[in-house]
Ligand binder design. Sequence first.
Ligand code: ADP
Ligand code: MG
Length: 291
Amino acid sequence: ATPMSIMVGTGRGARAGVLVKKAEALEVLEKVNVIVVDKTGTLTEGKPRLQKTISLSGVDEKDVLRFAASLEKSSEHPLAAAIIKGAEEENVRLAAVDSFESVTGKGIFGTIEGKKVLVGNTKLMQDNNVDFPADGKADELRLEGQTVMFVAVDGEPAGLVGVADTIKESAREAINELHRQKIKVVMMTGDNAKTAGAVARKLNIDQVFADILPDQKADKVKQLQAQGKIVAMAGDGVNDAPALAQADVGIAMGTGTDVAMQSADITLLKGDLRGILRAKTLSRATMQNIR
Ligand code: ADP
Ligand code: MG
């Protein structure tokens, strides 16, 4: 393609909410046969809401929420925002945090009222030797598509909180069209396999990589490429950036982080995955103009 044709294509693209940084990306996009999509913030709105608080071993339910929300005040994760908002809606008064540390892809821990509080996933609890009862409560929430976070206080299980995020209708439409074009859709998330599976089933996703730590996302893309696949990756988070750079075409959500956009070839300004299909149509139209 001549530089001129790419400019026309990208100009039209910008009006449709698609920003193409590297013009060659449109040509590679034509050849893509697998698209890997991050869950939170890409397939879902990225604005999870608190659904459920469960207390364990005689701990007051309000206290579970109070400890969790107080600690999450120090986190910038969307899951943290859901817990804080939920606590506010239940008029829970938050306590001061004396110190804290975030653990990427796992959660957060810190000291509140002299107690060591942990909020995060199974991995965080395992790392800190906290055993939660295998009573099926967490799985019950996960099978509804909720993300479950465990709350521990002074090394003892205190409770669980479940949050859920709305699936984007535009994502459903985009996936249906990608399938019509014989493109395989893979979900990749740091979330639990059961939660991921519940969301994947609702969207007819072909394959799920769950429980993926942030530094493993790029490796998963590499594995698919080693199988001869031409891979596009769509994501929004800081943790998606290396995978976006590794993919044959990196696609960032304009509603996401700057780091993701910097690592991507294409940005979907409104966070609408249907932009991928618009980019493909544009690319085809542009090529025909030249020939
Ligand atoms: P994703 O790949 O879906 O964008 P992340 O890698 O950011 O997810 O997080 C993976 C998992 O780590 C979350 O599903 C959650 O269980 C846990 N986690 C991360 N940050 C926090 C936090 N601030 N509080 C509680 N749990 C967290
Ligand atoms: Mg995300």
